[in-house]
Design a protein around this ligand. Sequence first.
Ligand code: TRP
Ligand code: SF4
Length: 330
Amino acid sequence: MTRVLSGMQPSGALHLGNWKGALENWVRLQEQYESYFMVADWHALTSRYHDTRDIPELIRAMVVDWLAGGLDPRRAIIFVQSAVPHHAELHLLFSMVTPLGWLERVPSYKEKLRELAHRDIHTYGFLGYPVLQAADIAIYRAELVPVGQDQVPHVELTREIVRRFNSIYGPVLAEPDALLTEAKVLPGLDGKKMSKSYGNTIGLGDSAEEVADKIRTMVTDPARIRRSDPGHPEICPVFHLHQVFTPAAERLDIGERCRRAEIGCVQCKSRLAATLNADLAPVRERRAFWSHRPREVDEILVQGAERAAVDAEETMARVRAAAHLQAGRR
Ligand code: TRP
Ligand code: SF4
């Protein structure tokens, strides 16, 4: 069966953007593929090595939301990167064969350096971020990597590293393909991209009342000041959420009526809250279940890491042999 691997950095509780942008896709993929879903906690250290105290908490909260969103530990292997040390071993070997120029050319590298100028990330680990990601993928010989557009260069680099590795040591590793997730960027409450760092999110764990309250505060078409002003749904963040969550017929009707000033923003928003809350109901139910079972969640991660380590060890045994390295006792 085709193997799929993807990961997220531990960011704590998830919001609607994470759900529609990645998680929902993972939930679909687990039905069809042998799936590995990983919390990339080592990757988090590349930009925040100085303060790791809250990482366990962020991991747990995120994994609860993975389960709430519908990831199923009976179908997918769910684990934390640092629980499978093989990733680090392969990362080390990859670091030997990866030319510096390849890393300096990765678009996210210079961007992030600029963006995070206030943190000291002029480090070896930060430059090697995509090398570690390449190891995450190659260690399971994953064939498909579901990611958003921003991560495609990392998958491309993985292919290059794997190709170089295989050309030096022999054909041990598989070149993966990116499985591009259809870009679904959700607007936040202020109309900017929904993102934790903007504080404009609707959380997967928000109650129905919180969701309705937050939507009531959302910005709308700024030209629509009075109820009698015709609106422009195409520039309205509330409508952009309707486009993601509201069935086509109802959404078209709302758009038309907004244009003709036949529906007010208050009513439009309460319809959005209703569809959203209907969609979130099963998520909330699963979330309530798992958030009260922290020990079971930890156990899922332990078992996931055990499964993952078996596969990773198999790959590393071949890699060590090919590169004439010691296996030691394991
Ligand atoms: N870099 C990815 C992100 O920030 C997370 C990640 C780490 C990942 N390792 C991976 C994604 C391997 C896919 C495959 O989103
Ligand atoms: Fe936006 Fe809806 Fe108001 Fe139109 S009616 S401006 S789509 S909130």
